[in-house]
Design a protein. Sequence first.
Length: 179
Amino acid sequence: MNMHKRKIALVAHDNLKQALIHWSKANYPILAECDLFATGTTGRLLAEQTGLEITCLLSGPLGGDQQIGARISEGLIDILIFFWDPMAQVPHDADVKALLRIATLLNIPVANNQSTADCVLAMLRLSKAETQPWVVNFKAPQPFNYSGTLKQLPNRGNQLPLTTRMKYRYTPTMPVNLA
Ligand SMILES: O=C(CO)COP(=O)(O)O
């Protein structure tokens, strides 16, 4: 089983920053064992108020979401915890959408609220205890469009650097009938 250090991106919109800080304090021991990345303000507040070591990128409205999305597309982020605000508009909505899209497409675990974030960390704890290996499947399942036609995607796994590819096992999570 591959037990490489998990790389987690943490992001919260303004009304949810306190919730993410509270959640991060509650989960400090396991988060402290991971490589953490965050958008600018989220990361600064988290580092100040939890003591976690975090690589702070740009602030979200200034490109931070895009930086995280780029890292995901390069296979450099394993998990996205993004407490986005379903009740507020943000000026960089296009960036938020792009980040959620690339994380979904590339099939990394994405938690958009606290209960899902708890589930993700529960899996992390299990895999750490080696009772239940947790394999992140980096090969995105083939998406269907709404008319039911299968869209072909290249096998992205083969385009990744070898070091990145070696971190993942390519067992399909969802059987797709290409016939
Ligand atoms: O806006 C954000 C995510 O879309 C978060 O950015 P900050 O962490 O810089 O506030």
